[in-house]
Design a protein around this ligand. Sequence first.
Ligand SMILES: Cc1cc2nc3c(=O)[nH]c(=O)nc-3n(C[C@H](O)[C@H](O)[C@H](O)COP(=O)(O)OP(=O)(O)OC[C@H]3O[C@@H](n4cnc5c(N)ncnc54)[C@H](O)[C@@H]3O)c2cc1C
Ligand code: FES
Length: 263
Amino acid sequence: MKLSDCTILWNREVSPGYYHMGLESPERYTSAMPGQFVMLKAEKAGTLLRRPFSIHDVTTKDGKTIVELLYKVVGPNTRVYGQMKDGEVLSMLGPLGNRFSEPEAGETTFLAGGGIGIAPMLLLARRMVAAGANPADHTVFIGGRSDEDVLAEEAFRTLGFPVVVTTDDGSAGEKGRITEPMARLLEEKNPARVYACGPHPMLVGIAELMKGHPALCELSLEIIMACGMGACMGCVVESSGADEPYKHVCIDGPVFDARSIKV
Ligand SMILES: Cc1cc2nc3c(=O)[nH]c(=O)nc-3n(C[C@H](O)[C@H](O)[C@H](O)COP(=O)(O)OP(=O)(O)OC[C@H]3O[C@@H](n4cnc5c(N)ncnc54)[C@H](O)[C@@H]3O)c2cc1C
Ligand code: FES
């Protein structure tokens, strides 16, 4: 885990309020694992604490290692990031946290992202393909309030993954919750692993859906963090085990077996 100043290579608004940013990054990020995150700071934002962002993708071009982020403008830091230009610098700490488990050969999986929760799923999809998975055996579910919140669909399709889209208002894909097509396809596809990241109600719905199903269900939690290093208790979630009452999202997670925490 190290601190680096990273130069912005691009920073594009991909949907109203959502940005895709590429940062020239140290070579060590080529081995960043799906599910891991970085803590970012822009001096201009004027806030003391860094903010966590999932590693959306890691690519290389012209000998440069590029960490790609997908972010939503919600407050002081993301507002500043949204205005930053190519060539400006962000301070990045990482890679941090644990990873989604790796599927074994022959397993099928579901990758589910709600809104900005789709961010960590692209690196997972890319690494699965690099490890030899046939994308057609897996299914990506992207949910959003409306079509403006449906992100990265094209990137998954380009990798060859079937994609199911749901929106609350029916403006893209199927109208309704992401758990509805997941429930329908559960028997047909029989996934061995379900990976999910998104708003809390979505994670509760997925944990509920997978209760009693033999698949491993892994949830990535995007909660508010302060230090990002296990020092402040700012990110604890209740554990379902009796031995340790709490888990830190920053160092024990952000990815958890749904059975190991109280969602
Ligand atoms: C492991 C992890 C990975 C993340 N990955 C991404 C990502 O890839 N892309 C992305 O856009 N965001 C991601 N987030 C959320 C991101 O860290 C926050 O949106 C960030 O705090 C925004 O900073 P800000 O200064 O702009 O706003 P803040 O001042 O931090 O927050 C503005 C408003 O958003 C609320 N808020 C902040 N964080 C959260 C949260 N996690 N859940 C619900 N409400 C919140 C605050 O209460 C406040 O109302 C991730 C969070 C975690 C823990
Ligand atoms: S953010 Fe401080 S302990 Fe996790």
